[in-house]
Design a protein around this ligand. Structure first.
Ligand SMILES: [Zn+2]
Length: 70
């Protein structure tokens, strides 16, 4: 699975789409920022290091990340 480290979550230029990879996320539950050095993308499971909640990443066609609690 290719991972382009050049992608930045805060980059507003262009729409990478559902293939977009993320290097961190803000926990929807406790708002903690969780860095993910290995990156994650659509369908990957991530865990908040602070509150322990598991989420599955849901990336829309326009590259917007949503986290659904497991
Ligand atoms: Zn959390």
């Amino acid at each position: 699975m290719p991972f382009d480290p050049g992608y930045d979550e805060d980059d507003d230029g262009g729409e990478p789409g559902q293939d977009r990879r993320f290097k961190d996320f803000d926990c929807p539950d406790c708002a903690a920022n969780n860095p993910y050095d290995d990156g994650f993308g659509h369908g990957d499971e991530v865990r908040c290091y602070y509150c322990g909640q598991d989420y599955v990443a849901d990336v829309s066609d326009s590259g917007r990340l949503k986290l659904k609690p497991l």
